[in-house]
Design a protein around this ligand. Structure first.
Ligand SMILES: [Zn+2]
Ligand SMILES: [Zn+2]
Length: 395
């Protein structure tokens, strides 16, 4: 997420410096969850690149066999791959594929190295045209339709958000109006529950007050709709931290683990399966608890977890916060295959946080997620009837 501005800046800079094709490739093009360096391919000789980047924001660190290693603005490592103009298309594809993908197609690949366009490369090689985010293996799961991946504008509602009632920075009304201005049809307000005392989690009394406020806002903002929810703590033994009569007041419940994250797989599974079996759990929030680059996920038996979510009709969140991206896209495909619904949710703690939806979508695209697999892609009418059906199923 933090590297996006660099990509734009570098592209603008190259536009000025080079009159040959260039392209961002590698982990950024492939929409990896963690991007520690950037890679660009430039249809130019190494000597030309060295010359053009001699002054300015690029500082040469090393000259590797096939790329030049620079530091950009002293902030991020950038690898620049020189290449012959005639081989630019093929090289750009190679550098935006996994080694597995590239070697698997090596036997099939034709000799020719020059192509007019990316699609040309795939057609001539008799291979399905894949966007970079899917180029990990030649054989992909059957449900993946490369031309029908979920798009950011196919998310219709903002599910999982916080307001000043707990640890968010904005009022409910501010959050709702921001959603409206961005074209979303509904907002699921899910502040922290009582056990998250460090995050000003809601007491039973404050829940009632918040729900009265939401009722007032729903009259004011109709047809936009705010759903009453809670991000309910999953306690150590897997219980939720409100009684059933309190849980029954919410339109939906997002159950998440926030404390005591140091667990064996056995403990983590017992805790989470208990929460999944709870009839009030609608969505399992950030299932693994990981924070990219800083906190490892607790161990889980994903096939069992997915099976339980299927049996209890629990939706699995794809938390779109760029430090979470949790459920990991590597497991999203298994959930889709099992018929479990997923939901790309921003976990927005501010107006800006709503924008994180895009990162969740980019990560989910790698798994082949389509809008029909995604709860937050439902329009308001369908979302309401989904909640009604689910309540009937649980009753
Ligand atoms: Zn949370
Ligand atoms: Zn949250």
């Amino acid at each position: 997420a933090q590297v996006e501005p660099f990509v734009k800046e570098i592209a603008a800079y190259f536009n000025e410096k080079f009159d040959v094709p260039f392209q961002v490739c590698g982990n950024f093009a492939m929409q990896e969850d963690v991007i520690e360096h950037l890679s660009f391919i430039v249809a130019s000789a190494q000597s030309q690149i060295l010359e053009k980047l001699k002054l300015g924001s690029f500082k040469l660190i090393d000259s590797k066999e096939d790329y030049l290693l620079y530091s950009f603005s002293d902030q991020i490592e950038v690898r620049i791959y020189p290449c012959r103009p005639t081989e630019f298309i093929q090289e750009a594809i190679r550098l935006s594929s996994t080694e597995t993908y590239w070697s698997q197609m090596a036997n099939k690949r034709i000799e020719q190295k020059t192509f007019a366009h990316e699609s040309d490369f795939f057609i001539q090689n008799g291979l399905p045209s894949l966007p970079a985010c899917l180029r990990r293996e030649v054989e992909l799961p059957d449900f993946i339709q490369p031309s029908h991946l979920i798009q950011p504008n196919e998310v219709r509602g903002v599910i999982h958000s916080h307001s000043r009632w707990s640890d968010g920075s904005n009022s409910i009304e501010e959050m709702a109006r921001a959603c409206m201005s961005k074209g979303y049809e509904y907002l699921v307000m899910s502040d922290h529950s009582v056990s998250s005392f460090y995050a000003n989690g809601l007491s039973v009394e404050r829940i009632q007050q918040q729900q009265e406020e939401i009722d007032r806002l729903n009259i004011l903002l109709a047809p936009f709709h705010i759903f009453k929810s809670i991000e309910c703590d999953i306690l150590n033994d897997g219980r939720l931290d409100y009684s059933a009569d309190v849980l029954a007041t919410f339109d939906l419940v997002i159950s998440s683990v926030h404390q005591n994250l140091n667990m064996t797989e056995e403990k983590a599974m017992e805790r989470i399966l208990n929460a999944v079996q709870n009839p009030y759990t609608t969505i399992l929030g950030h299932p693994s608890g990981r924070l990219l680059l800083s906190r490892k996920a607790y161990p889980l038996n994903y096939p069992r977890l997915i099976e339980a979510c299927k049996a209890h009709q629990v939706v699995i969140e794809i938390n779109a916060h760029p430090r979470r991206l949790d459920l990991d896209w590597n497991w999203v495909g298994s959930a889709i295959s099992a018929g479990v619904m997923l939901s790309v949710n921003p976990d927005a703690h501010s107006l800006m946080g709503i924008e994180d939806i895009r990162f969740g979508v980019l990560s989910a695209q790698k798994a082949g997620l389509r809008a029909e697999h995604n709860l937050s892609s439902m329009n308001l009418v369908d979302f309401k009837s989904f909640l009604a059906k689910r309540k009937a199923f649980k009753a």
